[in-house]
Design a protein around this ligand. Sequence first.
Ligand code: SAH
Length: 352
Amino acid sequence: MSTLGDLLIARIARTGPMSIADYMADCLLHPEHGYYATRDPLGVAGDFTTAPEISQMFGELIGLALAQSWVDQGQPAAITLAELGPGRGTLMTDALRATKAVPGFHDALSVHFVEASPVLREAQAKMVPHAIWHDSIDTLPDAPLYLIANEFFDALPVRQFVRTDDAWREKMVGVADDALSFGLSAPASLAVLEHRLVDTKEGDLIEHCSALPGIIQQISQRIGTQGGAALIIDYGDWQSLGDTLQALKGHQKADALKSPGSADLTAQVDFAAIAAAAEPAKFSRLTPQGVFLERLGITQRAQALAKGLKGDALQSHIAAHRRLTHPGEMGDLFKVISLYPASATPPPGLEP
Ligand code: SAH
């Protein structure tokens, strides 16, 4: 049986080099060989671990923050509680458990998942059987939108461009000596990258996610006109600079061009691109994950949970708290931004 590598080499021979974005899209979502299409990548036995898999506190605090926003906006009667790329459904499960005590919240909400992977959809259905699944955000119901996206945007394909004079050469995946290899296209001027001529110099590499603005515009349109709030959490910073394409396999960094489809591929999120597309919603200040979770009271929650634990369970609980919040671990690299209506205040933890 041919591998995804064989298929891509044959395709490149036919039609020429492909962009990093097209390469990422095939590696992650190819219906037969794609990374997400064929496995559950999360957890100790998988390739990477995410915040909700590290501790229940993460989903609990996110859920409570969104419920507080719902209270602050006058408790609208029927709302969409949506998650983009919900993984195993762990975050939503923790969020729903924690918000049971918020009067009226569960009666008002219906849960909607946007998920591409059939394998993960199955895992999600075991955790949150009453959820409704969507292929994209286009079909989310018309209602105030409370939305969570944790490590979703980093899985969206990016193109990479290297600056030369006032133009850009795109980094492409081609074939050399029968193997996939990187190359550069001829220089071209690109209107979407015009604003990056200001903050870059010759030789700098930048990344551009073409799917991101459309998704953020749709979310902002709904939240800005109908109410709600989005909490977007990911690794990255305010404007991409440098090559952040990363392949992870078995919790180790791997070669992005080797055995395509077998490693997770991500790129850091450019939060300035999220802010730029946030119309007519407002965007909050970009806040480090550690600061956000501390403001929401993770230390008090950790202490309360610690009371029921001892031995190894207590040690791993303490390690999990540190891993989520410490600047040397996920606390600084991961950031949180919120979208919210101009008439409302930002969700708790993201105040200026
Ligand atoms: N939010 C989860 C999982 C993060 S992994 C957690 O924090 O544990 C990325 C998730 O996004 C997976 O569920 C993956 O299947 C999904 N995903 C990736 N690309 C997608 C796309 N284009 N459309 C919908 N879901 C996608």
